[in-house]
Design a protein around this ligand. Structure first.
Ligand code: C5P
Length: 343
């Protein structure tokens, strides 16, 4: 089934207690570049024409503050600001109930990912309109192993592994069924795609953005600030425009800014970013994050042919193809490629 054009209702879960964030202020309201964290994601989603309604799910004790920020930022597509549940899944379920009936496609994006772009939202929405379910994801480039009791037990095939992000999008009927079934069976997933997978429904992979960082610990703020700092300039404008112009829209652009984020995130495991940021004063933190980004800057050529097997398909099929050899069009400034997807 395809929804053309889709009427999109967005849910922004931002009700996490932020335990790993260790702050008195709820994570969603921590200022970043002068605006509360959640506001960045809301503004990006708000700019997508297909989105007609946004439900914000927040911590019960700060709903008034959230409503105030929505009013002050004139986010007039926000139709409700409601209290979250015990876990993310419960928060999304509440958001789903609060979504206006007119929305036939549901976009879900974590409030903790402030660097999302309207272009990535559009790409995921377009893929979900056709496939019924879609998620942003980036290929894993580290070698991944299983371990037990301090010993390696096996090495996984990384060509079939992805780091999954939000935005995710679903036909509303599919998502509602997935949540009903999860509630009935007691299944708990850390994202909504997992619930849909439980139904046996295929989920399309859309090339995510390595700069689409999830702010989890305080040190991530400096990285997110650096990444958000890339916005507003001509490069960001090119990127958004390219997404808007892509005919079938299943495309994402990897450019300099993304590469900085990608490199930063991939080095996160060895604490390069965190160690350098922790050692600096607030002013020097921002410079430090950029420096680290430069040091580990990766080229878009690093993307390789990858394929994944949909759990619901007996036949292995390529669903995400990121190589330049696929012949994707170039950005006008020649700094990156538009990656063809989901062929
Ligand atoms: O905890 P996790 O990293 O999975 O959180 C992802 C998103 O889900 C965050 O934006 C967080 O605020 C939100 N969340 C929620 N309700 C909860 C727990 C998390 O809305 N009870």
């Amino acid at each position: 089934m395809s929804l053309e054009p889709a009427t999109v209702g967005a849910i922004v879960p931002a009700a996490g207690r932020g335990e790993r964030f260790r702050g008195a202020t709820p994570k969603a309201l921590v200022p970043i570049r002068g605006r509360p964290l959640v506001q960045h994601a809301l503004e990006a989603i708000h700019r997508v024409d297909e989105v007609v309604a946004i439900v914000v799910v927040g911590p019960a004790h700060v709903l008034d503050a959230m409503r105030e920020l929505v009013a002050a930022a004139r986010l007039d597509k926000v139709t409700a600001v409601i209290a979250g549940g015990a876990d993310r899944q419960a928060s999304v379920a509440r958001g789903l109930e609060a979504l206006p009936a007119a929305a036939d496609l549901v976009l879900i994006h974590d409030g903790a990912r402030p660097c999302v772009t309207p272009g990535l939202v559009r790409a995921v929405v377009a893929a979900a309109a056709t496939a019924g379910a879609a998620t942003a994801a980036v290929p894993i480039e580290d070698t991944v192993k299983r371990g037990e009791d301090g010993w390696v037990t096996s090495t996984l095939d990384r060509t079939q592994l992805y780091r999954v992000q939000t935005p995710q999008a679903f036909h509303r009927a599919v998502l509602e069924r997935a949540h009903r079934e999860a509630l009935r069976s007691g299944f708990h997933g850390t994202d909504d795609a997992a619930l849909v997978e439980q139904l046996g429904h295929p989920v399309r992979l859309v090339a995510g953005d390595a700069g689409n960082l999830k702010v989890t610990v305080p040190e991530d703020l400096a990285v997110a600030e650096a990444l958000l700092g890339r916005g507003g300039g001509p490069a960001d404008a090119v990127r958004v425009e390219q997404h808007a112009e892509a005919p079938a829209v299943d495309a994402a652009v990897v450019r300099d800014g993304d590469e900085i984020g990608r490199a930063l995130l991939e080095q996160r495991a060895d604490q390069v970013v965190r160690d350098s940021v922790q050692a600096e004063s607030a002013d020097r933190e921002r410079r430090s994050a950029r420096d680290v980004g430069d040091r580990f800057r990766a080229r878009s050529d690093d993307f390789v042919h990858t394929s994944a097997t949909s759990p619901t398909h007996a036949v292995r099929k390529p669903v995400l193809s990121l190589s330049k050899e696929q012949g994707g069009p170039k950005l006008p400034d020649g700094r990156g490629d538009i990656h063809p997807l989901c062929r």
